[in-house]
Design a protein around this ligand. Structure first.
Ligand code: BG6
Length: 478
């Protein structure tokens, strides 16, 4: 791949996200030669660090993935630290000077990537200062933001308004790291290449679709954040919505950003909004208690969590689309912490009519996005290659996913390429928020009976009853 040129400005450069995800991803690109000589990274945060100290932390963040000291040190030489208060105009002027100095030193063509690895309440402030202190250059200027992108439809609109004063929609990269996962990215390609599969994706042949993003971990050290989010905002509004969008959208005319976002825009516009009454019928919330041995803590006993917290750590629900293609087909979704296993999967359950396109009765196609042992496609629980059913064939080569890039690396390449194909656009996001807001509002108006599921279980019983009411059941059940 050709070398890319840019100065990265990472707001929140001393933080957890930067060290866990961004530096290893940039290092991956460095090893691949995509970043080489002509790049520099400015890390900013409040605390006073020297360049040397900062570089030391960058190298430390790589120790899990590499032991080539020389290479890591050479990489770290591209890193510079700037102590920064996001509300202080003078600091942006200093930042601007440093960026243009590095621009000359590393010959980066004045390209800038502004990466917001900070608390969302600062996104707007930073963007406005980038504008007022004139940081934008004549090269490209790309803004990358992490979720949560707002807390509701209204706050997302407000946030978007403050960003779009400085950056246009085609300069804004909204990260949803699930869109960086190989299997999610490949889903569209799989649809385009497998005609039977593509032909099967509609209410004529599909009984129901199930999307599960389960985690065995609890909330860990993120109680403070999680108390403001809950699974609904943490996983459903973004990752789950993007995955059901990728299954439900029409076939794009081409595999490019414009065509994909055109069909995505349409599919999110066709989400069938719930009424407050339907929230109770179609959505279930849960919060984990201790496990059966009492060794694993209840959510309410976790650090930085209110002892009477009403925040949900589990959601199951039925999403529907108001469209000719999908009308009447339930998309059951579920996500939770402290479930028995980490699993990210899509199960497509066919009805009997599917036999007319060659799919045997009682067939389920499972797309394993990222379980611990790798991405795969199963037909009725076995490897599709052994299933003797010609529905779907992918990957063509056995070792395909062995060379897959980590999500952040792959998304970072897209940002450097100016390709928004795997990022969320504002119009899609608005509809996802509108949908989720109705659930949030209903739930906020009532006190739940929490905790209501034991750690290491599949969530509250109501999550299975939700499907049983429709005569269906979860394909993945413990
Ligand atoms: C993040 C959520 O977006 O996704 C976390 O904030 C969650 O709560 C994580 O643990 C799961 O991502 P992955 O890639 O581990 O499946």
């Amino acid at each position: 791949a050709a070398e890319k040129k840019a100065v990265f400005i990472i707001f929140g450069g001393s933080g957890d996200l930067a060290h866990r995800k961004l530096y290893p991803a940039l290092y991956g690109l460095y090893k691949a030669g995509i970043l080489k000589e002509h790049f520099a990274v400015i890390g900013t945060a409040r605390r006073a660090w020297s360049d040397n100290y900062y570089r030391g932390t960058v190298v430390t963040s790589l120790l899990d993935i590499d032991d080539d000291q020389e290479k890591m040190q050479a990489f770290a030489k591209h890193f510079f630290y700037q102590s920064h208060d996001v509300t202080d105009s003078d600091h942006y002027i200093a930042l601007k000077k440093l960026a243009s100095k590095l621009d000359d030193q590393f010959e980066t063509d004045q390209n800038r990537i502004y990466y917001m690895a900070i608390a969302p309440r600062f996104f707007g402030t930073v963007a406005e200062h980038i504008n007022s202190e004139g940081l934008k250059t004549s090269g490209y200027n790309r803004l990358v933001i992490e979720k949560p992108f707002g807390r509701s439809y209204d706050s997302a609109c407000e946030l978007n308004g403050s960003l779009t004063k400085t950056f246009s929609e085609n300069e804004i990269y909204r990260m949803d790291h699930y869109l960086g996962k190989q299997m999610v990215q490949q889903l569209t390609r799989i649809r385009l290449k497998n005609k039977t599969f593509e032909k099967s994706l509609n209410n004529k042949y599909v009984s129901n679709v199930q999307v599960t993003l389960s985690e065995s971990l609890g909330v860990e050290d993120r109680g403070g954040y999680y108390e403001t989010a809950g699974v609904l905002r943490d996983m459903i509004q973004n990752h789950i919505m993007q995955i059901i969008g990728a299954v439900a959208m029409d076939e794009p005319a081409k595999l490019d950003s414009e065509s994909i976002h055109e069909v995505k825009r349409e599919v999110f516009a066709s989400l069938k909004d719930l009424t407050p009454d339907e929230v109770d019928k179609n959505f279930v919330r849960g919060q984990y208690g201790e496990d059966i041995t009492g060794k694993q803590k209840a959510y309410r006993d976790e650090d930085n969590v209110d002892a009477n917290s009403d925040i949900e750590t589990f959601v199951a629900g039925k999403v529907e689309f108001d469209s000719e293609r999908w009308g009447g087909v339930p998309f059951y979704v579920r996500s939770g912490k402290r479930m028995p296993a980490k699993s990210s999967r899509i199960d497509i359950v066919y009805n009997d009519a599917a036999e007319e396109i060659g799919i045997r009765p009682n067939t389920t196609v499972t797309i394993l996005i990222e379980p611990e042992d790798g991405s795969y496609i199963l037909v009725n629980g076995i490897d599709y290659l052994e299933s003797n059913q010609d529905i779907i064939k992918f990957p063509e080569k056995e070792d395909y996913f062995d060379h897959a890039r980590e999500a952040y690396e792959s998304l970072m390449i897209d940002i450097l390429d100016g390709n928004q194909i795997h990022f969320t656009m504002w119009d899609e996001l608005q509809n996802a928020w509108k949908y989720v807001d109705i659930i949030r509002q209903k739930w906020d108006s009532e006190t739940p009976d929490f905790p209501n599921y034991e750690s290491n279980t599949m969530g509250p019983d109501a999550a299975s009853e939700l499907l049983e009411k429709d005569g269906n059941s979860w394909v993945w059940a413990d």
